[in-house]
Design a protein around this ligand. Structure first.
Ligand SMILES: CC(C)(COP(=O)(O)OP(=O)(O)OC[C@H]1O[C@@H](n2cnc3c(N)ncnc32)[C@H](O)[C@@H]1OP(=O)(O)O)[C@@H](O)C(=O)NCCC(=O)NCCS
Length: 177
């Protein structure tokens, strides 16, 4: 069972009681603005997401973590790893992504969770490199990417949503724990 403790967070596998809080996060249009096609996701879709993330953990030994605040036990959102299956040209890559409830922004939690996730991915799970995708205008994610030391590589177009995406990457030699 993969669990990571950071100074303020617990990154862990998903539990049944995470569904409600994660669905609340997914129901906020401001949170979902830069995610996928920008649509909010309902309770059923959130349950499907969590099931898929758990399957990825079982099959690949990585996935999206549930991010819990150590101080309160609240679910702040999800940060973790996945294969970008909707982008055929990146199917051989593993991406890091993040999504926190709005009340948890601006406190350094996303960066703290992402840094621990990269350490897990590159040093423990043994991945050669990790990519991340950002949309032009998603300044909050670009700020996290900058702090992680993930360099922008190139720009692609999402085949389904027809929106530009920047591809960022980092490998073990570039990573500073
Ligand atoms: C993208 C997202 C995760 C970024 O979250 P965030 O809270 O802005 O990111 P961080 O964790 O880096 O925290 C940012 C700020 O918290 C502040 N902060 C407050 N207390 C802090 C602390 N103890 N330690 C560090 N930073 C702290 C800092 O000012 C920091 O900004 P800075 O790096 O410019 O100084 C968040 O905006 C989000 O969930 N958005 C919706 C989902 C989304 O768009 N995901 C990406 C597309 S898939």
């Amino acid at each position: 069972m993969t669990e990571i403790r950071t100074p303020r967070l617990m990154l862990r596998r998903w539990r049944e009681d995470d569904l409600g809080p994660m669905a609340d996060i997914n129901a906020d249009p401001e949170v979902m603005r830069w995610v996928g096609d920008g649509s909010v996701r309902d309770l059923e879709e959130t349950a499907e997401d969590i099931e898929r993330w758990e399957e990825e953990w079982d099959d690949e030994g990585f996935g999206l973590f549930a991010v819990e605040l150590l101080a309160s036990g609240e679910l702040a959102g999800c940060v973790g790893l996945s294969v970008p299956l909707s982008l055929p040209e990146l199917e051989h890559e593993v991406q890091i992504s993040w999504r926190l409830g709005r009340q948890f922004w601006g406190q350094g939690y996303a960066s703290e969770a992402a840094q621990a996730t990269l350490e897990f991915a590159l040093q423990e799970r043994g991945l050669d490199r990790v990519i991340s995708l950002s949309r032009p205008g998603d300044d909050a994610s670009r700020n996290v990417l900058r702090k992680l030391g993930m360099a922008q590589e190139r720009e692609i177009t999402h085949p389904e949503y027809d929106v530009p995406l920047f591809v960022h990457s980092i490998d073990l030699t570039e990573f500073t724990a």
